[in-house]
Design a protein around this ligand. Structure first.
Ligand SMILES: CC(=O)N[C@H]1[C@@H](OP(=O)(O)OP(=O)(O)OC[C@H]2O[C@@H](n3ccc(=O)[nH]c3=O)[C@H](O)[C@@H]2O)O[C@H](CO)[C@@H](O)[C@@H]1O
Ligand SMILES: C=C(OP(=O)(O)O)C(=O)O
Length: 430
């Protein structure tokens, strides 16, 4: 199993190209199931989750071809991939494929909408909470599906073979359930109104792609999304937005180590809330024409309290990285996780590096220390893993991060991007 070895202490200086967003690319790829025409996606990151979803889509009959060469293209290393679901050959998504990643469950929406039926294994994904699928089931039932959960599978059938538009109020904001209901409603009979919908940029990116395919969606980016169902969708060409979580992660790394880095291709509007928090810690954030420049001088890190919230609030996917940063702040900070009930697994690993963190329910209290010291640590989930990497970059001496496969799910060429900016970081294979 690969490991990452870091020798900490260097400032980061240079340019880091930001890749296409994993969490936007995945639902966009799934949208290819809605049409027999070709959906071409630009700026698709080269990640383990993308490769896994290609396998899942292939099982349903989706062909793909990579047309952009994997080379540095100004906005990261991402590729252009075309997906064609000429015929859906199988409406079952089996456990072996779906159990590795949460987003694979989302095929249930397009399969139901286009084929009138789907049988999808309950999902896997980062082990950060129970992560039920009740909202998907509830919402799809509101659109006229009959759904049973049997032997670990959600077995769904559209009454009269086609979904029917309806009003659905999400009892809780869910990014995934918003993606799925929005996709499902594009081919439903009549109008669907989704209330208390997720406002995340990835939802907007998906809605814009669906509209380019001929869907009639309005209100994306607000809590009320309206979808006028159409009979069929066509192909389109669409660009994946830059990854706001990768952007925030590297910005926090610079805030922690000091230095001056241009996050090339990053868009400040996708993570303004997190950038505002970072500014309050003492980092200087300068949006430019080519991305976001992040600097920190030697003045130290100011403690700031954060509470994770749905967009536009502080994202849960940056909570672990922010905790890494706060371990070296000049005082005490409180970090409250409100989205997932078990997303503090990085706490005990950060403690191996010398961090002082106590937990009280869903709040972590971080007492900043003046230095961290390198140690062997174990990655437990995607964002927890990268919090250990950025803490390792700032720690004295050697840190080895084990179980790197978590990182490969969501960070494209992490070691290369960081070492180009002066970090001592390498992958040890085997
Ligand atoms: C691939 C992807 O895009 N993953 C992101 C997506 O995950 P994901 O879409 O799984 O997260 P949700 O927004 O659905 O989850 C929010 C909360 O709703 C709960 N819930 C969700 C669905 C449901 O049927 N019932 C239910 O109770 C979840 O357990 C969680 O407590 O949004 C999360 C919140 O921004 C991010 O952390 C993940 O990185
Ligand atoms: C939690 C994440 O991914 P997933 O929803 O696929 O587990 C993530 O991207 O941080």
């Amino acid at each position: 199993m690969d490991r990452i070895r870091i020798v900490g202490g260097n400032e980061l200086t240079g340019t880091i190209p930001i890749s296409g967003a994993k969490n936007a690319a995945l639902p966009l790829m799934i949208a290819s199931l809605l049409t027999d025409d070709t959906l071409t996606l630009e700026n698709v990151p080269h990640l383990a989750d993308v490769e896994q979803l290609i396998r899942i889509l292939g099982n349903h009959g989706v062909d793909y071809s990579v047309s952009g060469r994997r080379e540095r293209q100004g906005e990261g290393y991402s590729r252009t991939i075309s997906f064609t679901a000429r015929n859906i050959v199988d409406t079952t998504a089996p456990y072996e494929l779906v159990s590795k990643m949460r987003a694979s469950f989302w095929v249930i929406g397009p399969l139901l909408a286009r084929m009138g039926e789907a049988k999808v294994s309950l999902p896997g994904g980062c082990a950060i909470g129970t992560r039920p699928v009740d909202l998907f089931i509830d919402g799809l039932q509101a659109l006229g599906a009959d759904i049973d959960v049997e032997n670990g599978y959600a077995v769904a059938k559209a009454r009269n073979k086609r979904l029917t538009g309806n009003r659905y109020v999400f009892p809780k904001i869910s990014v995934g359930a918003t993606h799925v209901l929005m996709m499902a409603a594009t081919l439903a009979r009549g109008e669907t109104v989704l209330e208390n919908a997720a406002r995340e940029p990835e939802v907007v990116n998906l809605a814009e792609c669906l509209n380019a395919m001929g869907a009639r969606i309005t209100g994306q980016g607000t809590s009320t999304i309206t979808i006028e169902g159409v009979d069929s969708l066509s192909g389109a060409r669409h660009r994946v937005i830059p990854d706001r979580i990768e952007t925030g992660t590297y910005a926090m790394a610079v805030a922690m180590t000091g230095g001056d880095v241009l996050l090339e291709g990053a868009r400040a509007d996708l993570l303004q809330g997190a950038l505002d928090v970072l500014s309050r810690t003492g980092a200087e954030i300068i949006p430019t024409n080519s991305g976001i420049r992040v600097l920190r001088n030697g003045a130290g890190i100011t403690p700031v309290d954060v509470v994770t919230e749905p967009f536009p609030g502080f994202p849960t996917d940056l909570q672990a990285q922010f905790m890494g940063l706060m371990t070296m702040s000049k005082g005490k900070s409180k970090i409250t996780e409100t989205i997932f009930e078990n997303r503090f697994m990085h706490v005990q690993e950060l403690a191996r590096l010398g961090a002082h963190i106590t937990l009280s329910g869903q709040t972590a209290i971080v007492e900043g220390v003046s230095k961290l010291k390198g140690a062997p640590v174990m990655a437990t989930d995607l964002r927890a893993s990268v919090s250990l990497v950025i803490a390792g970059l700032a720690a004295e001496g050697e840190t080895v991060v084990n179980r790197v496969y978590h990182l490969d799910r969501g960070f494209e060429r992490l070691e290369e991007k960081l070492s180009r900016c002066g970090a001592v970081i390498e992958r040890i294979s085997g």
